[in-house]
Design a protein around this ligand. Structure first.
Ligand code: ZN
Length: 52
């Protein structure tokens, strides 16, 4: 499940697995899919606007 949270007055989509936030919901869903498959993608995390 991807969550929406306001980061710096703008909504960001949070991956429920790692907690990273993205401006683009599709990227957040992709991050969650990768997290749940057990693979760590530094590529996708470099696009995050928020880290827990
Ligand atoms: Zn993630």
């Amino acid at each position: 499940m991807v969550w929406v949270k306001n980061i710096g007055m703008l909504p960001a989509y949070l991956c429920d697995s790692c907690g990273c936030g993205y401006r683009d919901a599709r990227v957040a869903f992709e991050c969650e899919r990768l997290c749940k498959s057990g693979s760590q993608s530094h590529d996708i995390k470099s696009r995050s606007v928020y880290q827990p």
